[in-house]
Design a protein around this ligand. Structure first.
Ligand SMILES: [Zn+2]
Length: 190
């Protein structure tokens, strides 16, 4: 019996995206990085929470609003503790709300470095199957990542698609952004 490859790739960002804002000290639009530190203000049981961003040039600050005037009883105690402890994953969760951050800032620099962590399994599928997992929205196009995984140019990737040798599940355009649990079948490879 012939076994084919099932490859799983996890996309792991190495840092959070910069946001682009006007810095009052630099007097121009600059990049701000996420400090991964929360600022929590409690005033008469009403709570405000921000994440502190700093200008990469002058360390000037911008406070990214997370909660605004929320009664302490309405905040999940576990989450509140994570704010107080500067819980890293929680900060990353908010730092990758790219769509929301774009509304608050001039732009978000989504050119984030990432690692692709691969695991290989045997499968009984007849073709090479690739599963891509991505916990964060990195604003990455599917064709960019697939070209990197398969080691082909984007034009060769396009040719594979036209020849019907690439099947995406769910069946979405390769120009779309990567979604978690995307499965790609490469027909006639492996
Ligand atoms: Zn600055």
């Amino acid at each position: 019996m012939c076994f084919y490859d099932l490859l799983t790739y996890e996309i792991i960002p190495l840092k959070t995206p910069y946001v682009i804002r006007n810095c009052s000290k630099c007097k121009r639009d600059t990049e701000f990085y996420c400090s991964e530190k929360f600022r929590v203000n409690a005033n008469q049981k009403m709570v405000d929470v921000w994440i502190i961003y700093n200008c990469i040039h002058c360390e000037g600050t911008w406070n990214y609003p997370i909660l605004s005037r929320v009664h302490v009883s309405k905040i999940n105690p576990n989450l509140y503790q994570k704010f107080m402890n500067n819980h890293n994953e929680t900060a990353w969760y908010y730092a990758f709300q790219i769509h929301h951050l774009r509304k608050l800032c001039k732009d978000v620099d989504t050119n984030v470095c990432y690692d692709l962590r691969m695991e290989r399994f045997e499968s009984k599928f007849n073709d090479l199957t690739i599963r891509i997992n991505c916990n964060y929205d990195l604003d990455l196009r599917i064709d960019k990542v697939l070209a990197e995984i398969l080691g082909v140019s984007r034009s060769n990737l396009k040719k594979l698609e036209i020849d019907g040798r690439l099947k995406l599940n769910p069946n979405i355009s390769m120009k779309k952004r990567i979604i978690d649990h995307l499965q790609v079948t490469v027909v006639g490879k492996g």
